[in-house]
Write a new protein. Structure first.
Length: 128
């Protein structure tokens, strides 16, 4: 439930909704070959009056063989952001074919999720 961004489950762990201003995610490429990596970053600012305890995840939306799309959630970090404070997050995600995961050409996207709430989506095309 935590990985799926269930807000009730996250609230039980102290990750309540927060007043955030998010810029990003921003990708370093618009097109990527299978086997390559995409780098993304984002800036998160607490615009509220209380410290914000945040669980930051990202979801990679993969195009499947049948043309459908499925999302896989990855943990990024947990932080406490003071009122008025900003933090930057970044990650490189590999699209190298694994025995447990095969990639297919087509549109893909990366979504930022904070305390179970979506804060933006960046798209790119994966090519063979």
């Amino acid at each position: 439930m935590i990985k799926n961004g269930n807000t009730d489950a996250l609230a039980l762990l102290g990750f309540a909704p927060a007043d955030l201003e998010v810029t990003g995610p921003t990708l370093d490429v618009a097109e990527l070959r299978i086997g390559g990596s995409v780098h993304f970053d984002a800036s998160i600012r607490n615009v509220g009056t209380e410290p914000a305890k945040v669980a930051i995840d990202y979801i990679v939306h993969h195009t499947k063989a049948n043309g459908g799309v499925t999302g896989k959630t990855f943990k990024l970090t947990t932080k406490t952001i003071a009122p008025g404070e900003s933090i930057d997050v970044a990650r490189q995600h590999s699209f190298k074919t694994l025995t447990t995961r095969k990639y297919y050409p087509g549109p893909h996207s990366i979504e930022l999720q904070i305390n179970g709430v979506s804060y933006g989506l960046a798209e790119f095309v994966l090519v063979g």
